[in-house]
Design a protein around this ligand. Structure first.
Ligand SMILES: [Zn+2]
Length: 251
């Protein structure tokens, strides 16, 4: 092989490796993989009792809410948020952020239990005319993550425990007719088309941008209160003057 061909082969190998590592780093892609794994698992639920709806995009007064999976049964609605993570997971239901540790590296990510509460609120709003429907929020870790120190009243489970967590709810609170109406309403409310999905992503970006801008103006992005300088155990930070009603902080 002449040196040109050799250099070419090396170049191809580097390009392939770079592309593979890029794919692994893209959280949206690995998130999608976790979601489809969980969707396949949910497909094993008994069809006579359970209706599974994956990847719903629901409109809310302030924008949209993306719900990974909904499992509908006569017991109520299971609202499932999927996380595809590895490493050790620490977090409590009240915290803003949870921690993933991989050896000595720690990454923070938004508290998935709280994220799921927002999805529950969006679904309840859509279904408000249909009466009081029992709702069971579940967070499922689909990757190789180990739940080390997780405190939450609503279930936070491994993929392998998901089906039994759903099947544990045995009580019939809804009539078959109610279940059918809920399904109909959810399908009507799902903004499936690509345009609204793109708008959803744009909206998240705009909102993040607006939050940064409001922080600069010392206005609380969450409640419109004033952000005031405070000092804490780990140094000074800005917090909302409506604390403890609003716990917004930034550094
Ligand atoms: Zn506030």
């Amino acid at each position: 092989m002449d040196s040109n061909a050799f250099a070419f082969v090396i170049l191809i190998v580097i390009a392939v490796l770079a592309f593979a590592s890029l794919l692994r780093r893209l959280p949206s892609l690995s998130g999608k993989r976790g979601e489809s794994r969980i969707a396949r698992k949910l497909g094993r639920l008994e069809k006579d009792y359970y209706t599974v709806l994956n990847d719903l995009l629901i409109s809310t007064p302030t924008g949209t809410s993306q719900v990974d999976h909904v499992v509908l049964s006569r017991s109520g609605i299971h609202v499932i948020e999927t996380k595809n993570y590895r490493g050790w997971i620490h977090g409590s239901e009240g915290a803003e952020q949870w921690t993933q540790s991989i050896y000595r590296t720690k990454n923070r990510f938004p508290n998935p239990v709280k994220q799921n509460w927002a999805h529950v609120r969006a679904l309840k709003r859509v279904l408000s005319e249909l009466g009081d429907i029992p709702v069971y929020p579940i967070v499922v870790f689909a990757g190789s993550a180990e739940l080390k120190n997780v405190n939450s009243k609503s279930p936070v489970v491994y993929g392998s425990d998901l089906l039994q967590t759903i099947r544990k709810n045995q009580e019939f609170s809804l009539s078959p007719d109610q279940v059918r109406k809920i399904e109909e309403k959810l399908l009507q409310s799902n903004m499936k088309d690509r345009f609204s999905r793109k708008a959803h992503i744009d909206q998240i970006r705009t909102r993040q941008h607006q939050s940064r801008q409001r922080e600069r103006e010392l206005i609380c992005p969450r409640c419109g209160g004033r952000l005031v300088s405070r000092s804490g155990k780990f140094g000074s930070f800005y917090g909302c003057n409506n604390y403890p009603r609003c716990r917004y902080t930034f550094r």
